[in-house]
Design a protein around this ligand. Sequence first.
Ligand SMILES: NC(=O)c1ccc[n+]([C@@H]2O[C@H](COP(=O)([O-])OP(=O)(O)OC[C@H]3O[C@@H](n4cnc5c(N)ncnc54)[C@H](OP(=O)(O)O)[C@@H]3O)[C@@H](O)[C@H]2O)c1
Length: 285
Amino acid sequence: MESSIGTIGFIGAGNMAEAMIKSLLVRGYNGNIVASRRSVEQLERLNKTYEIETTTDNRKVAEQSDVVVFSVKPQSLDTVMEGLAGIHLGERLVLSIAAGKRTSYFEQKLGSQTRICRAMPNIGFFYGCGVSAYYLNGNCSENEEKNARYILEAGGPTYRVNESDMDVVTALSGSGPAFFSYFLSCMEEKAIKMGLQERVAHSLLTKTVEGTAEFLKANGLSYTEFIDKVASKGGTTEAGISFAKTNGIKEGISGIIDAAAKRSRELGLSGMNINQPLEIRCEKT
Ligand SMILES: NC(=O)c1ccc[n+]([C@@H]2O[C@H](COP(=O)([O-])OP(=O)(O)OC[C@H]3O[C@@H](n4cnc5c(N)ncnc54)[C@H](OP(=O)(O)O)[C@@H]3O)[C@@H](O)[C@H]2O)c1
């Protein structure tokens, strides 16, 4: 996959950054990648595994990259920003994947003219089956969008949304893999209590998830259409779904999404003037 981006820099080369680096390389990104974090040991591992440049110097990453990806935890951003004081990012694109952090945070810290993409990829990037949504601030042109999409599409389908949608996106696809895993761990725990071997329960569940995803993808069904298709009248599936419907499972799941989206909003408010309204400049496409 050809790209006009000379250098992509990652500040905070942890799990998600590594997944993005891997997806870029697998898709044939032919430019340079530079990544920073504090652990020299981990930087050496990344350097050996992916043959990319690594450094403990965040300023170097910011200065030499055409796209600067901020991939630290939201709570670490203030410290990172302090370390970048005085650097003028000029025409570079800032791509933040930090949960909750609004584009206005980066405008405050890096200057109101900064070109910013707030994105939410997910851990599926590691295996080329991720998904992302993003929002661009008003300083971005078509070229910035092309570059942001190049990086995000390396991991999977990519959707442009309003900034006000980013908290629910974070809850659905950013945190979603862990929510599904929690649901699966509950099923596994119950199966073990009912006498099934852990190894067998784990494999049954993993394969069931894979098969369900494949079926949904291949047939283009909605989730409810799928349930109608597989649940026969008076059968086991219908019995389980009926229990779910009458025992507050939907409310519980709604609560999970609310809690994650609320936390995303809270993370967005720390380190900035909380009286500032959420700015929405781009229309959904
Ligand atoms: N994990 C996901 O599934 C996922 C999905 C979507 C978005 N995100 C977002 O991606 C970001 C990173 O998440 P993650 O799961 O990848 O976390 P992570 O593995 O902890 O990665 C963050 C990295 O930042 C580095 N770091 C901390 N302070 C730093 C500093 N001052 N300068 C440079 N590097 C620093 C840490 O390494 P050192 O301690 O060695 O410095 C760490 O490896 C978060 O903002 C999260 O919201 C994550």
